[in-house]
Design a protein around this ligand. Sequence first.
Ligand code: HEC
Length: 694
Amino acid sequence: MKKFACVALAATLTAQVAAAATTVDNAAIANEKDGANWLSYGRTYSEQRFSPLADINAQNVGNLGVAWYMDLPEHKSLLSTPLVVDGVMYFTGSFAKVIAVDTRTGKELWTYDPKVIDAAGDRGRVMWDSNRGVAYWKGKVFVATGDGRLNAIDAATGQEVWSVMTVDPKLAYFINGAPRVFNGKVIIGNGGTEWGGLRGYVTAYDTETGKQAWRFYTVPGNPADGFEDDAQAMAAKTWTGEWWKHGGGGTVWNGLTYDPAFNRIYIGTGNGSPWNQKIRSPGGGDNLFLCSVVALDADTGKYVWHYQTVPGETWDYNSNMDMVLADLTIDGKPVKAMMHAPKNGFFYVIDRATGKLISAEKIGRATWATHVDMKTGRPVEAPNARYEDGEELVYPGPLGFHNWHAMSFSPMTGLTYIPTHDLPALFTDKGIKPTSWQSPSFQFDPGVDLGREDMPLTIDASVLMAWDPVKKEKVWEQKLPGAWNGGTLATAGNLVFQGRTDGKLVAYRSTDGVPLWMFDMGVGISAPPITYAVDGKQYVALLAGWGGAAASMVGSITAQHGWTYGVHPRRLVVFALDAETKLPKAPPPTFAQPLAQDDFKVDDLLAEQGSFLFQRNCSSCHGGGAVAGGYAPDLRASQAPLYPEAFKEIVIDGSRRQQGMPQFKELSDADLNAIHHYIRRQARKATAAAQSGK
Ligand code: HEC
């Protein structure tokens, strides 16, 4: 029966090409039937990432080839979901640069550069270059910048129309998420809780003027200052101790969904600041609205309802992942449902009318909780999951079972297609004194130790999963080549597209997961594919450019693919049926060659100090255990640390700031020396392992 539907749709949708110029407003972004345009981050307000286009389909996808491409050599991480408005594509590259391209000619129309590095100052060290995309509304493009601005750009000319600073620049806030637009308002949140004590919030601005319309805080401030609204007073009852001194957390760095059916905006809220609840809220408590889906009135920002996925979170299990809207039939009744797969390994279906939980199923390895009690809607936690004894190996780790790589939902198959990561973490807080711990200031410290060693490859078992949200069962899964694969696109052509860490873009048959087509992009993929149509012809487009948190932090799990910094191409690639453009050949996977420097004597004590400094200051870009995943150079293979003057010039004097290597004015020569001893120790470990054949 499902196959029938595919054929029928395929026949009718070819003709769906926007004839007149599209006015991008609520009606346009809500229009699921317009397959020609891709007007919002999740394609439409539903965030389904499902396209009704079916000219490219399970029968002919084998004939898909490169129609055209654009080299993007100035860019590094490419994570964004391009938008397409009447044949013009808008996407973000590194450091929130926005590029507009005429898809008919493949020519750049304009580039807008918000000069993020100059604006960021010290915050350059807490933000990455990555940006997940723009929003579009009535001739304006909106981009949020790493340093915390929200900027409006004229879509025709690329000129800035207005710019507002959305955060306190003295704090470690940064933005790499995509804004959303509705009712003439543009909304944005922020992130950064691992680098400073932050309080989360979202702000809506007028699309014409940039004037603030409303702001909603996700955690309460100091009660002595009075609460901004009733929701804060309610939330404050679920906190203990002096949480406000650490900010509390709850930053909204990714998931935002506008719901036209109820005129509400849903925000997916972040983890605690710090992660460790023993520090943040020492007497326990649910800590609202951490790790929650919160529904707000879109016009006023007033609280409507919430559902908390992780009460009293202590593992970085945020709920920042996408919130997908669909009409589902559950127990014979139609439900306006929200689907949500946060980091914690469960899949939630929520009734949007009331916020009531419909189902919560474990979809992956999640050892922190046995199940969700449907009477209370609360997870039932496993013994010692909160590392009560000071240490516990827990699945999933902070990368989550599902992260920001968006899932898609096909109303034709009724399935969600979820990119998952199956990685644990050893949480240790032995030796951390909750009462004397201080929030960091532009250094990585979540209040719990995750170990400073590299992650072994053997632990990874990530899959692409097709999950039936109504039957609550897995329909198929396909093994993925390592963690941190891209988000998915589902189409009426019975296809699911996904870009992978190993550089392959793959099309699967959406009903049963059979891989039908594969293309080698020559570099790891972090961005999700999109599809659109111009002059009656369907295209699939994808940005190829390795990046994001795992590419920068995780070590061997991501380094295994050989996307060494600066070696492989960065591109926009557009595919069509029977197209035969050849991509220039990319260099093969390339692996860092650590320099052992056998004549250098490593001092163990210094190396240990260096390990601590590296973890706090460098590992977020140069990799856990000093094994770089491709976001920045592998320092074990770099000559620079061998020469104290050169090392100092780069790290303390900031000579490579414009290339994304931040300045660390407060580090001393002695600190750098310790870091060097650590880097050498790590390099020796690698060369010794290579020699012993491990
Ligand atoms: C926000 C990300 C980030 C952080 C944090 C960071 N780096 Fe870098 N670093 C980079 C990038 C990106 C480059 C490459 C710059 C370029 O292309 O020249 C780099 C380059 C370097 C280089 C030059 C390597 C070479 O062979 O060219 C050294 C040395 C270095 N970093 C040391 C450090 C140290 C030490 C720390 C911690 C104190 C640190 N970095 C923290 C991003 C970062």
